[in-house]
Design a protein. Structure first.
Length: 253
């Protein structure tokens, strides 16, 4: 749908772009930066020293190619651009950012300039620190808590890739040590969305194939309301203590 309405005569278009609060730059058809709003100027003043410049003003007239490791590839992408393009770039191996480029098309459907937005900008060191912290959170210990019984406290984010890695590790542990029961502690999981539900079910089904029974513990009332779709054959308890008592009972039968 084309833009509709009319901008009031007392509102200057670039002033409107300036107050949006996003990092916005405008480049011409030759990919040269011609204008940036206040937020972009603030950000680019931090990046300018990486290019031997003192502030954002010196970056006016700078080619967008300077931000790319492979400028020829980027030029080819820009030449074929007809709609919004999103990518992630690393600036001078120190700054990471998601970049959104939208062509400004003329009446002949040819780009006469580009609106460039930098989003989610982080320093490389901060990104590495964040990744290291995430890896630390996702390093799931396997705890031997009873005869033929281990516990898995799940903490942090929980996606398909990490589920597959965890299942492979637990399968090896269970097979090598002849584990009969696995307590999966969900107290560190805040939201039990559909994807997590599927992954938990996949884990329990996989372990059942080798004769290892899964027991879910650490279920909060909020989590209990969203966990009902799991296989009802999987025992569920509010605490690890109750789950362990259940295992002891099964081993005495």
């Amino acid at each position: 749908m084309p833009a509709i309405g009319k901008i009031p005569e007392n509102i200057f278009l670039l002033s409107a772009l300036d107050v949006i609060g996003e990092t916005i730059m405008i480049a011409d058809s030759s990919y040269t930066i011609r204008w940036m709003n206040t937020e972009a100027c603030r950000l680019m003043s931090e990046i300018a020293p990486l290019y031997g410049m003192s502030d954002c003003e010196e970056m006016i007239g700078m080619s967008m190619d300077s931000f790319h490791t492979h400028p020829q590839h980027q030029k080819q992408v820009m030449q074929e651009l007809k709609s919004t393009h999103r990518t992630r770039i690393t600036i001078r191996n120190q700054v990471m950012a998601d970049i959104v480029i939208t062509p400004i098309m003329n009446s002949g459907n040819q780009p006469e300039g580009y609106v460039v937005m930098l989003m989610d900008v982080t320093m490389q060191a901060e990104e590495q620190k964040r990744s290291a912290q995430l890896i630390k959170e996702l390093s799931i210990p396997i705890l031997n808590i009873w005869d033929s019984t281990i516990a898995l406290p799940l903490i942090g984010e929980f996606d398909r890739a990490r589920t597959n890695q965890l299942i492979a590790t637990v399968l090896t542990e269970c097979a090598d040590k002849k584990i009969d029961y696995v307590l999966i502690d969900l107290s560190g999981i805040k939201e039990f969305e559909h994807q997590i539900r599927y992954q938990i079910q996949m884990m329990t089904d996989t372990l059942n194939l080798i004769g290892t029974k899964c027991i879910l513990v650490g279920i909060s009332p909020k989590l209990a309301m969203s966990i009902v779709e799991l296989d009802r054959k999987t025992p569920i308890f509010s605490s690890a203590h109750e789950g362990l008592k259940h295992i002891m009972y099964l081993q005495t039968k």
